[in-house]
Ligand binder design. Structure first.
Ligand code: ATP
Length: 493
């Protein structure tokens, strides 16, 4: 700043001299104004931004106990952190210091929480930032921000008298993408280079040990220089939780909520396959909001079911389709539900004709167990369930409607999975070969399942009609009610 003030003084003095000797100083004033504007907008804004960026916390309240599931990730992370805590011992064995840990996994699985818990575990100050916060259109600003974050981490740790600092960089792929892959190469490359330089400069014998914890869900995009030994040499996978993990997360987020005796968190965990910790936290929160709307003292299982549907499908809509359309929706959803129940008894969680999110009605299946591998017969049955809605429309109204477009997309996706896994009549296929044999096979599979679905639904027509009537009457039918109906009809047969 003193340099700027001195330059400004010299410039004003020079201008005064020019005015006295009778020069036209307008171009000089314009130039000075531009210079000042550039200084304040770019340099000052960059510095102010750096000062305000980086969410600093001298200590975080999140601990590993607050993180549900993720047992393997927690174990790997704690093991790595123990190296840092016992740095004297590791140094005596000649083990090189750990500089970076990369957490990879889908959004909302707890990567930020793990980084915060790591800070608490190692008694470190915590600074959080995101890759996107480094990038500006002006070359050099990103690199300056990287330097500033590292300096800030050291200063804060010294101020708080802490031996360590953790810098958490979320969305590292923004700043750590493969060099040369961005349109504005220079800025991105300079920023990444600066990050690499700072990481190389981390030394354990300095007063403050710095550990960089980064998170991404696009590890494939990262520059290999970031992943080489000596930088992010620990990669910890943070996956979507399994059923046990979901149950733990639900327990953590309901610990401060009054639950009714009928609440079955295990059933909630069972029905929420594929959801992340963030989704599950949202479900517990929404369930509490539903209880509040009902003016209830406690959260019931009904509130949880509503919350699951809201998180998975969207908020209930007020729009009411015309009577004719409503009838079509009823038939369509009944088709899906009967097919699902016939092929996999007990698989329907709920069928309703209340519009929600983008759907006029929906049938929600409950997964039996968490599944990661699918057999051909399972996939074929799922295709039948997907197309059964439009097949039911065809049976009752003589023609299908556009309401089945998503169902057919799903059916095609499943059929493609069969073909590309080598489970179709084509045997093993070369995915890089460009011919239409794959799309022909996909078409054949879907067509065949449409025919089979029609045969099944026609054979179950009385049951289908009974479900349609019940849905018209009550707007929704639970899995249990559907099972009772199926049972009643199987006795009649
Ligand atoms: P992103 O990749 O989108 O940045 P993330 O993986 O960093 O997400 P977090 O920010 O750690 O996810 O989690 C978001 C919220 O979700 C947390 O504040 C917490 O409420 C909840 N959550 C996520 N995972 C878990 C978990 N394993 N245990 C408990 N709560 C969790």
């Amino acid at each position: 700043m003193p340099l700027i003030e001195a330059s400004l003084g010299i410039a004003i003095g020079f201008l005064t001299f020019l005015i006295i000797v009778g020069y036209d100083v307008f171009p000089f004033i314009l130039l000075l104004a531009f210079g000042l504007a550039f200084y304040f907008i770019v340099v000052q804004k960059g510095t102010v931004a750096i000062k305000s960026r980086g969410n600093c916390q001298s200590s975080t309240t999140v601990t590993f106990q607050d993180i549900g599931g993720q047992n393997i990730a927690k174990k790997e992370l704690i093991e790595a952190l123990d190296f840092i805590i016992t740095s004297e011992k590791t140094k005596s064995l000649g083990i090189r210091p750990l500089k970076g840990i990369l957490l990879t996994g889908p959004p909302g699985t707890g990567k930020t929480m793990l980084a915060k818990a790591a800070a608490a575990y190692t008694d470190a100050v915590f600074i959080a930032t995101a890759g996107s916060e480094f990038i500006e259109m002006y070359a050099g600003i990103g690199a300056q921000r990287v330097r500033s974050i590292f300096k800030k981490a050291r200063d804060l740790a010294k101020k708080k008298d802490k031996p360590r600092a953790i810098i958490f960089i979320d969305e590292i792929e923004v700043v750590g993408g493969k060099r040369g892959s961005h349109t504005s190469h220079l800025e991105y490359d300079q920023t990444l280079n600066q990050l690499l330089v700072e990481m190389d400069g981390i030394e354990t014998d300095k007063d403050v040990n710095i550990l960089v914890v980064a998170a991404t869900n696009r590890v494939d995009m990262l520059d290999s220089a970031l992943l080489r030994p000596g930088r992010f040499d620990r990669v910890v996978k943070v996956d979507l939780p399994d059923k046990e993990g979901r149950l733990q997360i639900l327990r953590i987020h309901t610990a401060n909520k009054p639950l009714d005796n009928d609440v079955d968190l295990e059933a909630v965990a069972q029905e929420t396959f594929g959801l992340s910790g963030a989704h599950l936290e949202n479900i517990t929160n929404e369930a509490a909001i539903y209880a509040l709307r009902d003016k209830g003292e406690k959260i019931t299982q009904k509130h949880f079911i509503e919350a699951i549907e809201k998180v998975m499908l969207g908020e209930k809509l007020d729009k009411k389709p015309a009577l004719k359309e409503l009838e079509r929706v009823t038939v369509h959803e009944s088709g899906h539900a009967i097919m699902s129940e016939v092929l996999r008894p007990g698989s329907v969680a709920h069928v309703t004709i209340t519009p929600r999110g983008g759907a006029l009605g929906y049938m929600r299946q409950k997964p039996e167990n968490d599944m990661y591998l699918y057999t051909k017969s399972y996939l074929l049955n799922q295709i039948k369930i997907a197309v059964a809605g439009s097949v039911a429309e065809e049976i009752f109204f003589g023609e299908r409607s556009t309401g089945a477009v998503n169902d057919f997309n799903e059916a095609i996706k499943l059929a493609k999975q069969i073909v590309l896994s080598g489970l179709s009549d084509l045997g093993i296929v070369d995915m890089n070969k460009e011919d239409d044999s794959v799309s022909q096979e996909v078409k054949k599979i879907v067509h065949c399942q449409v025919n089979e679905a029609r045969t099944i639904l026609l054979s179950k027509r009385p049951l289908l009609e009974a479900l349609i009537e019940q849905l018209k009457l009550n707007e929704k039918v639970t899995g249990k009610q559907l099972q009772d109906l199926v049972h009643k009809f199987s006795k009649c047969a």
